[in-house]
Design a protein around this ligand. Structure first.
Ligand code: SAH
Length: 376
């Protein structure tokens, strides 16, 4: 499926020491290697200068260090940077750096394409090509961090970054690999990130949320709601046939209590479709007095689609209904529009005849509207 060799970053942290021992190395080499992988952002075996040369050659024989190859890189006026990465099998994924008020957000993909078929989302168009491996998920962060180091955005200094799984794919449908990547992101020997800095975004189904409830790390959660009434939600998001929204919200509430942080309900506003005030009232009724806050995201128009965002007045009126119900509700303005930073437009425009897996066309990148501060 992927290249001929496994990727080095797909070897779990606790298997590095036994692996190096089998290669006749002392145990401390495992920590050295982990530092190269997760702190020094190594992509080339030659650069691992404190490992003996013959070890580097042995490792290079067994593993690939690089699984993502930077293709297009676009920068928007607001500082949003969008990346298209080519994978070893020719598939492509998108990742984005989004400058926020006081930190940077890295928006990551979890799959090539997506099987969820949401009506308004560009990634859905191509269906699911394949899951990303944990290494391919991690390596997006490696490339984005390297890009920042090479060209620090003015005024951002050494500020940290948050990770959000709002790129291509449904993270809860590739949970084994996503949770393996989360282990690396949060491990002291890995990236050492606080789980609070990581957010999973999901279109939501019961099994997925049950898996998430068992995750030891208290990562943030965004549930993509997008409609409160069942029929409309089913039309926009076919996955909702699997688990009705009230049940999803119950699981989300349980999760919020477990991590002791509010869960964000994402709501993409589509003009004349889900932006009417009765839908706002239905959403308010479902969410009020519960550990939720709401992000309203005016639709990012797809090139060839007749769906469009509502006018500003309607967005504000929708928000007002939620605020009057005592809810926290924020409007998130899309960033990087001129570089097609949202929702797979870049991938859609640049679609080249890449090989596809599982009989479907390669998916388009799916990137969210610029999301606001994801902590409470
Ligand atoms: N599958 C996951 C993560 C990827 S989608 C999920 O559904 O949450 C990430 C976010 O982008 C979701 O909140 C989704 O509703 C939003 N999104 C998708 N298409 C969009 C579009 N055209 N305009 C604005 N936001 C969009």
């Amino acid at each position: 499926m992927t290249g001929p060799k496994p990727l080095m970053r797909d070897v779990p942290a606790n298997e590095l020491a036994p692996l190096l021992q089998r290669l006749g190395q002392p145990v401390y080499r495992a920590r050295q290697l982990a530092l190269w992988l997760h702190r020094a952002h190594a992509l080339d075996w030659e650069t691992l200068s404190d490992l003996p040369r013959d070890l580097r050659v042995r490792l290079a024989d067994l593993y690939d260090l690089q699984g993502l190859f930077p293709g297009e890189r676009l920068t928007a006026e607001d500082g949003t940077r969008k990346f298209l990465f080519r994978l070893r099998d020719g598939a492509a994924v998108e990742s984005v750096i989004i400058p926020m008020e006081n930190h940077l957000t890295f928006c990551l993909s979890s799959q090539v394409g997506c099987a969820m078929a949401c009506r308004f989302c560009a990634t859905a168009r191509g269906g699911l090509a394949r899951d990303l491996t944990a290494a391919e998920i991690q390596e997006q962060v490696v490339h984005l961090a390297r890009d920042l180091a090479a060209q620090p955005p003015p005024g951002f200094g050494a500020r940290g970054f948050n990770l959000v799984f709002m790129g291509m794919g449904e993270p809860l449908d590739n949970w084994e690999q996503v949770s393996a990547a989360l282990n690396v992101f949060t491990a002291p020997d890995g990236w050492g990130l606080s789980p609070r800095r990581v957010t999973i975004s999901t279109s939501g189904h019961r099994e997925g949320l049950l898996q998430l409830l068992r995750l030891p790390q208290a990562v943030g959660l965004t549930l993509s709601v997008n409609a409160a009434s069942p029929d409309l939600r089913r039309r926009l998001m076919p996955v909702s046939a699997r688990t009705p929204l009230p049940q999803l919200l119950e699981l989300a509430e349980k999760y919020a209590r477990r991590i002791q942080r509010k869960v964000t309900l994402g709501y993409v506003l589509i003009g004349g479709v889900n932006d009417n005030l009765s839908e706002a009232r239905a959403l308010a009724a479902l969410a009020a007095r519960r550990p939720f806050k709401i992000n309203l995201i005016p639709l990012n128009r797809l090139d060839d689609d007749r769906l469009s965002p509502p006018g500003a007045d309607q967005v504000l009126a929708f928000q007002r209904v939620l605020l009057e119900a005592g809810l926290q509700a924020y409007i998130r303005v899309s960033g990087g529009q001129e570089i097609a930073a949202a929702c797979g437009q870049l991938r859609q425009r640049r679609q080249s005849p890449t090989p596809s897996v599982a009989g479907s066309a390669p998916g388009e990148g799916d990137l969210p509207a610029k999301q606001g501060d994801l902590t409470d």
